[in-house]
Design a protein around this ligand. Structure first.
Ligand code: PXG
Length: 288
């Protein structure tokens, strides 16, 4: 496997970063997780824009401009002969000393990995996923905005560990007011009386690229969609529930904390959305 690392395409074995890199020492950096479908990098521009905003939010100078980033991302896929897969684009603060001070890091480091991702098992797309609510709360956006896709994922990882301990593959994380924010690596949507509802970014949700695609699909299908405060009660009484993410794509949820959602089967609107999503991933984005 070839990895793009700071200007070169190197073998996986040579793709190494320093133990003094602040991405490792402090989680000081930003990243993107992007999907490649039949030679099409799905919504690459949207991912690169989010990456630029994440970098700006943490005052990290982007080492490459948009066009250069797009080119190295495509080239990493080409170098690996990849047509379908998962791309991880990472920018770290770079090598510094053992103090926090990011201004002592000489220059940011950038790498691109183009590989595979394992999705949730197919049976959950067919029958729905059973999720739980975990005790770990989402970090208050005033402390660290969820809109910043930073290398600090411990909050989500604690949620993921708790989900596993409760026997679930994904979990709802509430914000510190008790409202539903999102899941550990996915955004959440419910369908109620024909309307699609998702928590706003201000409630602690990442502005997911897949989430944004659902907004466009809802418009295409003529379905009302709104961002609103969401409680667990809203999920309990919803007709349908689904999660979205670059890894998960669109996956139905049929149980929360052992309670059955809707009919207990993937709902018709979820399936309609999934069908539109499947068409879009092949055409919306950048050909490698
Ligand atoms: N919320 C969080 C906290 C995420 O990490 C999403 C929502 C969905 O955003 P996108 O832009 O992907 O629709 C994410 C994305 C992984 C993996 O390695 C994680 C994500 C995406 C792809 C792979 O588990 N998280």
């Amino acid at each position: 496997m070839k990895i793009y690392l700071d200007g070169k395409y190197v073998d996986e074995a040579d793709a190494k970063v320093s133990v003094f890199d602040h991405g490792l020492l402090y989680g000081d950096g930003v990243f993107e997780g992007i999907r490649l479908y039949n030679g099409n990098i799905f919504r690459l521009e949207e991912h690169l824009e989010r990456l630029e905003y994440s970098a700006k939010a943490i005052m990290l100078q982007m080492p490459l401009n948009r066009k250069e980033l797009s080119e190295v991302t495509c080239e990493t896929c080409r170098q690996n002969g990849l047509k379908d897969g998962y791309i991880r684009l990472v920018i770290t603060r770079g090598v510094g000393d053992l103090g926090l001070a990011p201004w002592l890091c000489a220059k940011p480091s950038i790498f691109v990995i183009a590989s595979k991702i394992s999705l949730y098992p197919q049976e959950h797309y067919d029958n729905g996923l059973a999720i739980v609510t975990v005790p770990t709360r989402r970090i208050n956006p005033a402390a660290l905005p969820a809109t910043v896709k930073s290398l600090n994922y411990l909050n989500n990882i604690l949620g993921k560990i708790e989900a596993k301990q409760f026997g679930a593959l994904e979990a709802i994380m509430l914000n510190d007011q008790g409202y539903v924010a999102e899941c550990t690596a996915d955004n959440i949507f419910i369908v109620h009386k024909g309307a699609i509802i998702t928590p706003a970014a201000s409630q602690g949700a990442l502005k997911g690229v897949t989430r944004g695609t659902i907004f466009d699909i809802a418009q295409e299908l003529g379905l009302p969609l709104r961002e609103a405060d969401m409680t667990r009660y809203d999920v309990w009484v919803a007709d349908e529930c689904f999660l979205t993410g670059s890894g998960a794509e669109v996956i139905p949820v049929t149980k929360l904390d052992g309670r059955v959602i809707g009919t207990g089967k993937p709902g018709p609107i979820t399936q309609q959305i999934l069908a539109s999503f499947r068409r879009r991933v092949l055409v919306e984005g950048t050909r490698i």
